[in-house]
Design a protein around this ligand. Structure first.
Ligand code: NAD
Length: 334
């Protein structure tokens, strides 16, 4: 099958390697032709250091590579997904399957990534979300990893499962694209918050408390927006939350640590030196929770720290001294 990965960051590159390993005819497109030429020559992407790119992987800056592609993977950072959708739209047909792997919510519109793509491509083909606990650095060296291929169209979800699955990349299908995409975007906010607790010097108990209660509020919002509860306990939900909140591979977690140590959000993002998607997602999540009337104390506190200069120590005290709650439904008591 002819596959094109659009976006040559760490994740687009790692997924190109998986597709090459599976015997597909794969092209990696970079929005920067000079970078494409450099990667072609050196057989390495500086964003995925130490990983040798397969000889048969074509790397280009020419969008013509999309012509006739059966599978197109949109792997741009979330801020560039709309622009990417616009660029690739003329090359897609009703037979193409488009895979969205970006994790975020669009600023201003608060749309999920697949919704942004569908708007730009005019619904011409099926869009599948591929998501889960998957650091590019580990997939690039073929470490056992699992993801979810989500689309209400079962054939499209299975097509993507077949294209990517192999003995180190295990793919489950799901109809719940809403839950999968929301879980992916929201976990970045929580990874940032977990980093803050680490930066403050708190340890495992605090992290586990934060992750578990964060998942409760992510699930509340996800269900309200049409997601399925079980998704949030699955790979794209709890799985991705665990991997992002516990790893120095995560730039959201690393930015959070710096904020916990006293840096401003802007200083922290500059020091991390790459897009910290959780920063932007925090604003979208806050707007969505307000709009939907869903209580999300952890995400609200993250928003207030990131956008209104609230002190992290004050936020921890506020969260710990909230009104007493029941973990399960109050109504279930005998
Ligand atoms: N890195 C991971 O492990 C991982 C895993 C799963 C999902 N994701 C998601 O994949 C997406 C891409 O992440 P990444 O880690 O590969 O990014 P990255 O930071 O490694 O690279 C970003 C890439 O985007 C390119 N870029 C910048 N502006 C662009 C534009 N206007 N149009 C197209 N490309 C542009 C840059 O040149 C760079 O190649 C993100 O939404 C991320 O959440 C990443």
């Amino acid at each position: 099958m002819k596959a094109v990965v659009v976006g040559s960051g760490g994740w687009g590159t790692a997924l190109s390697i998986v597709l090459c390993d599976n015997g597909h005819d794969v092209t990696l497109w970079s929005h920067n032709p000079a970078k494409a030429a450099e990667m072609t020559e050196k057989r390495e992407n500086p964003l995925l250091k130490g990983v040798t790119l397969p000889e048969k992987l074509t790397i280009t800056g020419d969008l013509e590579c999309l012509r006739g592609a059966d599978l197109v993977v949109s792997a741009a950072p979330s801020f560039a997904v709309r622009e990417t959708g616009r660029k690739i739209a003329p090359y897609l047909t009703e037979k193409t399957v488009l895979v969205s792997v970006s994790k975020g919510i669009e600023r201003d519109t608060n749309l999920r990534m697949s919704q942004v793509l569908l708007e730009e491509i005019g619904n011409i083909c099926k869009v599948v979300a591929l998501s889960g606990p998957s650091h590019a650095e580990e997939v690039g060296i073929r470490m056992p990893t699992g993801c979810v291929s989500a689309c209400p169209d079962r054939d499209a979800a299975r097509f993507v499962q077949d294209a990517f699955m192999n003995d180190y990349f295990r793919i489950y299908t799901s109809y719940d694209i809403i839950g999968v995409e929301l879980a992916a975007a929201l976990k970045n906010v929580i990874a940032l918050s977990c980093g803050v607790t680490t930066g403050l010097g708190y340890q495992d108990n605090t992290k586990a408390l934060l992750m578990t209660r964060a998942m409760a509020e992510i699930t509340r919002l996800g269900e309200k927006l049409g997601g399925t509860r079980l998704t949030f306990g699955g790979l794209a939900g709890m799985g991705d939350l665990i991997v992002t909140c516990t790893s120095m591979h995560s730039r959201n977690y690393r930015a959070g640590i710096l904020i916990g140590q006293g840096k401003t959000p802007q200083e922290a993002m500059e020091e991390v030196g790459a897009v910290v998607e959780g920063y932007y997602a925090a604003e979208s999540v806050h707007q969505l929770s307000q709009r939907e009337g869903v209580e999300m104390p952890i995400c609200r506190c993250a928003y207030e720290v990131l956008y209104h200069g609230k002190q992290v120590q004050d936020v921890v005290r506020e969260l710990m001294t909230r009104a007493k709650k029941d973990e399960l439904l109050e109504t279930a008591w005998m």
